[in-house]
Design a protein around this ligand. Sequence first.
Ligand SMILES: [Zn+2]
Length: 404
Amino acid sequence: MLTVNGRTYRMPKRPLVVVCVDGCEPDYVTQAISAGRTPFLASLREKGTCLTADCVVPSFTNPNNLSIVTGAPPSVHGICGNFFFDTDAGEEVMMNDAKYLRAGTILAALADAGAKVAVVTAKDKLRGLLGHRLKGICFSSERANEVTLEKNGIEKAVELVGRPVPPVYSAELSEFVFAAGVKLMERDRPAVTYLSTTDYVQHKAAPGVGAANDFMAMIDGYLARLDAMGATIVLTADHGMNAKTDAFGRPSVIYLQDCLDTRFGKGTTRVILPITDPYVVHHGALGSFATVYLSSPVTPDQAIAAIRSLPGMDAVLGREEASRLYELPPDRIGDVVVVSERLTAIGTTRERHDLSGLEVPLRSHGGTSEQRVPLIASRAAAALPAGRRWRNFDAFDLGLNHLD
Ligand SMILES: [Zn+2]
């Protein structure tokens, strides 16, 4: 038994592969199965386990990947966005650096306990966090051609996978992750593998649309191969995905900084969008979650009242309430937390968002409307506790503690 962040895990009896399919709204799986494109996932109706779980809000990539690998919410691990306002440094920074991580990972603990561990992520932005203090293999598709034994625990990853490094905006970047997972299973048979994709396809294609079903079919083929090698698979998602548009497909955006500047005057509020990252082409840095830092004389009550009066708002909460409700670190979320509803995205100022890269109607995430995600296992579960609220960060608990 192993204890990590107050939870206990059994050591794996057979290889465990935990897969985080980025942006995988449950309906992506449902539609692909209905279309007959994913025979392996379809077969799990009989022999596997299918739960619907809640991800962490903000329903963004980094907070949720870190929750999955720590088995804990952001109030424990500290990563509450891709991006945040570092009040100590007085600047807006990426939260990619492991210095922001406040908890150890299950992956590192398993490796310390002697298990062979491998991590492959699509984008490099997650690698440093996922691989923090990990004695094992950890690399990204994006930088697979730069791996070293010292930094990544592996050499010649591209040769092993046998595919060229794909462009960062592509479905192939995720396929490379699965191809690597299969090759590593063949070569090293890791006791625990964590595979994390990118939501390039989900930002563009709704569930059941051609590209979405093609993507799920691709995943299904690799999962079948991992299953055939005797691995247990647990599949979940970091968050769901929804259209953030009007009925004509035009972006439906509240430019919150513009609204607050008009109401309170420039320089009195600072709107932070934790979805912001270097890869914004497919969503224009627009999601359904924002935090706001206030300067005197604007009070939280005034700001909350002003924001609640705007259309498309779901929850507008002060720091304490938001950190309690969403299990967030209070020192990293600003004075006010804003969640917009399913069809509405939040921007800062109109001029700060370049939407020219949006070739298709905006699809994004960040709110509670993208909180429901699949939690699927390739084996049947022993009697599961009734009435339990499953979270995506129960993936390792399910895989190590509950399956036959
Ligand atoms: Zn994501």
